[in-house]
Write a protein that binds this ligand. Sequence first.
Ligand code: 3H9
Length: 699
Amino acid sequence: MSQPTLVSLAVQDGVGVITVNNPPVNALSAGVPEGIATCLATALADPAVQAIVLIGAGRSFIAGADIREFDKGRVTMPIGDGFIDKLDASPKPVIAAIHGYALGGGLETALGCNYRIALRSAKLGLPEVLIGLLPGAGGTQRLPRLIGPKAALDLITTGRHVPADEAKALGIVDEVVEADLLPAAIAFAHRVAAHRPLPQISANASKLAADPGLFDATRKAIARKARNQKAPYNCIAAVEAACTLPFAQGLAREAELFRELETSAESRALRYVFFAEREAAHVPGIPPNTKAPAVQSAAVVGAGTMGGGIAMCFADAAIPVKILEASQEALDRGMARIRANYETSVKRGSLAQDEMERRFARITPVLDYAALADADVAIEAIFEEMAPKQAVFRQLDAVMKPGALLLSNTSALNIDEIASVTQRPDVVAGAHFFSPANVMKLLEVVKGAATSAATMNAVMAMGRAIGKLSVGCGNCDGFLANRSRAPFGMEMVILLEEGALPQQIDKVMVEFGYPMGPVAVGDLAGLDIGWAARKRRAAADPNYRKQPISDRLCELGRFGQKTGAGWYRYEKGDRTPHPDPEVTAIIEQVSAEMGITRRAISDEEILHRLLFASINEACKILEEGIAYRASDVDVMWLHGFGFPRYRGGLMFWADQIGVKTVYEQIQRWHQLYGSRWAPSALLRQLAETGTAFKDAKAG
Ligand code: 3H9
């Protein structure tokens, strides 16, 4: 049934203008496809209408099917009772007028039209693969007919958004305009109103001849990234069907391949992540629509690896940034490292030389705090010790203009202690970047006891402005990210003491979906950092659980890749980790010294011990109200620690196993291993009430 508020028809100068109005992004929610079909029928029946324009109200054309409706089982195939085929069969020309986004079902709708005209700022794409689906409304059949199978495969298997100019060059759109889309579309409609035959993508097979090796080559090219996933392969199979089957049969094959994905664990996880990432933007206590002043200038204290990377984030986002060091020598070293990082990108071809120069020129090295005074934000990024950090904040407090944000990049230290040395603790917060700061997308925004809601809002917005995914949390040792990850690291070394070897742990986690095993990641990051932290912790806490194997490696100068040896051995100029008999000997010797009889440990035990340990800790973090919601834990694990996206994140994955099963296993390990496995009260409560982790509320 037509829903006039969602879709309306107006006749302007002989052109029927169908407008979709389903904010915020005109998704094809129930009622929208039906509304388009009804308006189309009305326009076709009206002799005054010679051509039809389909346009979106508000900020976008159509951003695709309504992703929420998949979980409610409301997306039926073909979507909207075949409304795209009705557009396709229209005897009067239909022109899609595209601004904002034409994505997924939105682009598929436009491909059902005879012509497409777009604003230069518009983006088009078929991103279904990113949520574990394939374009199921004819996209895999029409796009290859329009632009050829090779270009179509690129768009469909990457899901990338194509700017209007590129879409024109590819042949997806017929005309690109600068402004005034509707008048331009109506003028276009007048120009083509009398042209016959109408261009109909479904009827044109002339571009379908594919290089016979194309599909196998594409399967091979995606194999590493698509590990454990089905959607990318079904996308290829659907395009292959377009090249081998008549249109109607190709559509039927597309539908079959789509149905295989719609209810898959992979697609459910990826759809969950889509919303989890958006939910993370909302920090409790900040009224919706609160405005945050834009950060227009920044300052970074410390030109080490982290400080330099943070400065690059601002420079990359066209925000001028000053970087401060205590000595000219350290400053020169820091600037040289930044330059070298940019030069690597230029060499790789991901950054043009002139753009690199523009970015580098936005970073000003300074030696004096007074030079930072006017910046909208100052971020401290020196080494992880409280007293020197407090000294930095005293200096910042003395010079920074009123209203400036004072942030610390600490990954674990107490924000309240840092804020306490200033006269303005309300503007102090944690801004924990992940290494390398200019590459990693996650920004953990930490609220101290005195941090104001306005400050939290401003820091979250600052993160978004520099292209980060900001996730808020409260203050505790290690905050949300590192605290929830710490038990994983501890369990890993205990598994080594009990009988596992580095190569087995890495194999299990890579098979699970991590891009790299956690032991090899340690070698990449450098083992000396953890060694220093362990020594500090052991000095402060007599009960601190020692990690004798890790310590022994460091005592031998095995700091990881940078010294050619760590948990693994490395050949000169090569980053491939090679299992090292010397390490096996050290591990076996430590086990013997600890009186442990080594045993064979199953892959499943390794996976579950590592991840369950962190699930339990994440529950404690939720219970304390440090994490605002379980999905924030997931977003942090996906973007901070390389957890496989198609498994949804730590807590979503745990839900697939079942709260009760996780709880009972943790109880068994509690009996066996003692206090480190004490189940969190929240976990017990969830298990007893049969509540999923994803529905767990912060304490
Ligand atoms: C599909 O089409 C299948 C077909 O083949 C047919 C099969 C039968 N559904 O991201 P933003 C919400 S699959 C529901 O913050 P931006 C979003 O949750 C679909 N909701 O803005 C947010 O809500 P809130 C293929 C959606 O400007 C609000 O809109 N299409 C949808 O940064 C604003 O979103 C896609 O995968 C949706 N489709 O980015 C496109 N889209 O304010 C998915 C958005 O409550 N969407 N929302 O948090 C996107 O990539 C981005 O949202 C977009 C805008 C680029 C459009």
